[in-house]
Design a protein around this ligand. Sequence first.
Ligand code: CO8
Length: 264
Amino acid sequence: MADEAFAPAVQIEHVNRVGWIILNRPGQINAINPALRREASEALVRLDADPEVGAIVIRGAGERGFCAGADIKSQNDAASLPALRADMTPGWIEILDQVRKPVIAAVHGYCLGGGLEIAMACDIRMAAPNAVFGLPETGLGLIPGGGGTQRLPRIVGLGPALDLLLSGDRIDAAEALRIGLVSRLSASGDSLIDEAQALAERIAARPSAASAYVKEAARDGFEMDLRAGLKLEKDLFVLLMSTEDRREAAAAFREKRPPAFTGR
Ligand code: CO8
């Protein structure tokens, strides 16, 4: 294994219009330290701005898992409260929230604490059969600090969310699928990357403005009352009517040929 001390905490790969963000501290099950936070933020901003990237996938390096949460060993007990608050600001989860492109979490093995919070901030969660999910924070005398108390109830409903938050119990991939925490399981651990790549490629091949707007309508609309959400949807729908890709899709349908989208 390469010397982790000198390896980047996050790796970026490009495969056919898909940008991969690989959390790369496998010896610590990709636990989140300041370097990983900083590099992941930079990677997200870079891939979101890259016109050659149509979708983003986040995964963990190594065999043990996606991410075992905040790096417990590097936590600084002596930090002042303002420093602690600044450090706690989960900047890259906020950045993840602002990304316009579709983001998929491809989860294998442990996905705990801050790791699950990262996955929950993604648009789609795909899990390998060996994935294990949990929010152990209360057992550490804490509560989730990267959106877990807010996103989990929104994704699975308040009852199952409070169960996971209060018990700290871990659930497996089949249970995560059952409660809606993930929406897809890969056929095997070995096929997770290929299946996530195939899904991301299919999404990346679609008109980029439509993907960005449908994400905005669903995510932002979810925080609004129905009337405001419907208004947002209508506004974005009208905007899309003027895009070249919308015209190209209709022309390709009429001419019985595959569309050639340009992102305009
Ligand atoms: N931090 C630092 N190192 C870790 C972490 C972690 N969270 N998890 C695992 N490691 C390290 C272990 O110390 C060990 O290193 P070493 O070999 O040097 O001793 C290595 O990874 C392998 O781990 P284990 O030997 O413990 O492997 P096991 O198979 O016995 O257990 C577990 C695996 C169950 C995942 C276990 O390691 C564990 O319980 N880890 C801690 C999980 C946890 O409590 N996570 C929540 C942290 S709190 C949190 O995430 C709050 C988020 C706040 C906001 C974040 C915004 C992004």
